[in-house]
Design a protein around this ligand. Structure first.
Ligand code: Z5A
Length: 222
């Protein structure tokens, strides 16, 4: 039986990595095979492109070229990591996916939505997350968390954007969540980690019923 595909989205420091990891651990405890992955990156080729993008060396090429690089990374990640894991029945938990391109390069970067859709068609085809969590915190809270976690490390290409950019990002994610309620669930991530983790877990249980999957005999198809 094909696995389920769950993505985490949101702005800087909203807790995506934290909650993707906690959810993966909880699914594993429930007896489900899990592939925890991230974008940009998640496959050897895509990790190389991640380095190029986050170092900022591609920024002078313009937002369209950056979108092409994110797409190249995503195509490799889908082919070599996500699709094989889903085909083997694992649940894939991914820190960022197509919505990041829609929001960062599309809404904020003002690229033509038709161009963004064309990139999606060639990189992900019919693959769509079964469930997407949009973690929401005020931009200044997310930036403060990211700043604290970063310590003395220099900011990356996107962390260095202005507060206004991060506020616009939050609004773009909110609109995206409202536009696709069947797939997207917005989570107030200002609450303490255990509270947020519990909301996420309950949503997964309600929408995807992991207990039913883990109780199936190996190789069963429903
Ligand atoms: N990007 C793009 O433009 N287009 C694309 O298509 C894709 C990506 C795929 C990737 O950066 C950048 O690429 C990203 C968008 C762009 N740029 N930005 N900004 P990344 O992967 O290096 O980083 P990120 O995705 O932005 O994530 P992040 O900064 O690492 O934040 P996070 O994963 O959301 O948060 P976290 O690491 O889980 O938590 C941050 C800190 O807050 C940490 O110390 C936690 O312990 C703490 N935390 C988490 N939750 C809580 C709660 N509830 N209370 C208190 N503290 C908390």
């Amino acid at each position: 039986m094909r696995g389920r595909f769950i993505t985490f989205e949101g702005g800087e420091g909203t807790g995506k990595s934290t909650h993707a990891t906690l959810l993966a651990e909880r699914l594993k405890s429930a007896g489900i095979g899990v592939m925890l992955t991230r974008e940009p990156g998640g496959s050897p080729g895509a990790e190389v492109i991640r380095h190029v993008l986050l170092s900022g060396v591609a920024k002078p090429l313009g937002v369209e070229a950056e979108a092409l690089l994110f797409a190249a990374a995503r195509g490799d990640h889908v082919r070599n990591t996500i699709e094989p894991a889903l085909a083997q029945g694992a649940w894939v938990v991914c820190d960022r996916f197509i919505d990041s391109t829609r929001v960062y390069q599309g809404t904020l970067g003002r690229l033509d939505p038709l161009f963004i859709r064309a990139l999606e068609r060639v990189t992900v085809g019919d693959l769509k997350p079964d469930l997407t969590f949009i973690l929401d915190v005020p931009a200044e809270v997310g930036l403060a968390r990211a700043h604290k976690r970063r310590g003395s490390r220099v900011t990356d290409r996107f962390e260095a954007e202005s507060l206004a950019f991060h506020e616009a990002l939050r609004e773009a994610y909110r609109q995206l969540g409202t536009a696709e309620p069947d797939r997207c669930v917005a989570i107030d991530a200002t609450e303490a980690k255990p509270v947020v983790a519990e909301w996420i877990w309950r949503t997964v249980v309600e929408r995807l019923d992991p207990a039913r999957i883990s109780s199936l005999p190996a190789g069963a198809v429903s």
